[in-house]
Structure formats: structure tokens, C-alpha cells
Design a protein around this ligand. Structure first.
Ligand SMILES: [Fe+2]
Length: 283
């Protein structure tokens, strides 16, 4: 499909039946004219993941691109930034610059859901990728919610989830430093949120979702696990095979995502440059 948004024209092609579209014909190093920015945002709301092909952005250029869509938010872990604290470097390299075998973000999550204002969008730009594998995987939480039986939808109405950075770190076998725990206290959000532009409803949970507010912790945890198993069925998933020059922009309000561990992370580098746009309080 060709989209004309004077003064520019770009092409958009769906990436899968469930979510995602690839965009060609734009150079993101240049500011987007207002009409183009609006067309891009409309596509973002409709397809949830946009893949801009053939981009080569420095940290400063990625910040400038990101700022066109809102306020940037830094990563909670202070030791993972690029030259600019607003850029987070996603990397499996160790202090010696070689692949460490350790891969982060391998569990399904939505970025910064432990914040009062979780991320609207994440922008991830491939710098170095393994020859095969290491995809970023996405699950469509609007489709997952839609597929629930009506009784379940009714039961989830008004339910709130407590998201916790401390608990999600502990579950991953890591201890969050005290300053990070103080920076991100437990935060409750609705389990089902509404996308303001479309009125669609989406499950909002993932790795940082710890328990259900006002319910026994174990029962709430079990319910969240059940919902997570439902939500990441193959029919709701798209795995993005990265090409050199890809820059992804995705909607954290209605997706879970994770990195695919299907490559030798002790042998091949996987390095990406990430920025996040702060969103609104989920409702
Ligand atoms: Fe993430």
C-alpha cells in the first residue's frame, strides 16, 4: 500500500496477519513533516509494530526521531545506557566487548509497566545482530483479550494488577539494587486497558505483573499465569526477523514482547539501541 502524506509518500506492507507493518521510503534522520508524522502514528495504532527499513540513526538522531512522539524515558538500570542517558543499549556483550552468553528481556513483558506512566512506544534499532535468530517476538494483547470467553472478560472487569520491578527481578534470579526499588515502587494498573484512539481493549500484564490487587497473592499469581499462557499462543504472535537497518517502533499498550533465545549468545553479538516514549496512565 502506498501512503501519500504530502509532502512525502511512503510504502506500507503488513508483516503478518496478526500485527506489524514494514515502512519503506522514509529517512528518519530528517524531521517528519506533520502530515507524515500523523500517518505514521495512525499506522502505529493500527498495526502495533512498525518496521522502518534501511535506517542508520546515531543515538542523537534516534532521540530526535523519538521526541517527535512524546517525552523520552530513561532505563531504570543506570548502567545500561549509551553515551546519552536517554538511550538504552540492549546488548549481550560482556565488559571485555565479547558475547557473554547472557541475553536480557527474554521473558514476555511490556516496557516499564511498573511505572505510573508506562511506555507508550519503544523504538529499537538494530546495530549488530546474529546471522540467524535473535528475533524480537510480539504477542497481540487486543487479539488475546478478544479471544477470551465472555465470562472471563466480565470477571476481569475492574481487576487491577500490581506491577513490581523488584519482584520481576527476583523471579529472573536477580536482586534489584535498593535505589532501583526506591525509584520504582509497586504500581497497580487495570488488567484490561482501553486504547484511547480506537476503544479496543487489551490485556496489560507480562513479566512485571506480580499479583492481583486485593486478592490472595498465590491465587492472583495463578490467574496471571493462566492468562499469560492464553495470551502467548502462536495465533497471537509475530516474530520479527531483523534485517540490517531495521528500526522498530511498537505500541506497549497492547503488546507483550521478548527476545528470542534461539541463537548462540556466547558466540554472536546482538546489540540494539533503544529509546522509550512515556505514555499515559492505563485506564
Ligand atoms: Fe522490553
Amino acid at each position: 500500500m502506498t501512503i501519500t502524506a504530502e509532502p512525502l509518500t511512503f510504502a506500507l506492507k503488513p508483516l503478518s496477519p496478526v500485527l506489524g507493518a514494514a515502512i519503506t521510503g522514509l529517512d528518519l534522520r530528517e524531521p517528519l513533516p506533520e502530515t507524515v508524522k500523523r500517518a505514521v502514528y495512525d499506522a502505529f495504532v493500527r498495526y502495533h509494530v512498525l518496521c522502518f527499513r534501511d535506517q542508520h540513526l546515531s543515538e542523537a538522531q534516534q532521540i530526535a526521531f523519538t521526541e517527535q512522539f512524546g517525552t523520552l524515558e530513561r532505563h531504570i538500570a543506570r548502567n545500561r545506557t549509551g553515551a546519552n542517558p536517554l538511550v538504552n543499549i540492549v546488548s549481550n556483550l560482556g565488559p571485555d566487548g565479547k558475547p557473554s552468553g547472557k541475553l536480557s528481556s527474554t521473558r514476555w513483558h511490556t516496557d516499564k509497566s511498573f511505572r505510573a506512566l508506562p511506555s507508550l512506544a519503544t523504538i529499537l534499532h538494530a546495530l549488530v545482530m546474529p546471522p540467524q535468530g535473535g528475533e524480537t517476538c510480539f504477542a497481540n494483547m487486543i487479539a488475546a483479550y478478544e479471544a477470551l470467553p465472555t465470562a472471563d472478560k466480565t470477571a476481569l472487569d475492574g481487576v487491577r494488577v500490581v506491577h513490581s520491578w523488584e519482584i520481576s527481578c527476583a523471579r529472573a534470579g536477580k536482586r534489584a539494587p535498593p535505589e532501583e526499588i526506591a525509584d520504582a515502587p509497586p504500581m497497580a494498573h487495570p488488567l484490561v486497558r482501553t486504547i484511547p484512539e480506537t476503544g479496543e481493549k487489551a490485556l496489560f500484564m507480562g513479566e512485571h505483573a506480580a499479583y492481583l490487587e486485593g486478592q490472595p497473592e498465590e491465587a492472583g499469581r495463578a490467574r496471571l499465569d493462566q492468562l499469560a499462557a492464553h495470551a502467548v499462543q502462536e495465533r497471537f504472535i509475530y516474530r520479527h526477523p531483523w534485517r540490517a537497518g531495521d528500526l522498530l517502533m511498537w505500541d506497549n499498550r497492547c503488546l507483550l514482547h521478548c527476545a528470542n533465545t534461539n541463537f548462540d549468545a556466547a558466540r554472536f553479538p546482538r546489540v540494539l539501541q533503544r529509546t522509550c516514549v512515556r505514555g499515559l496512565a492505563p485506564a
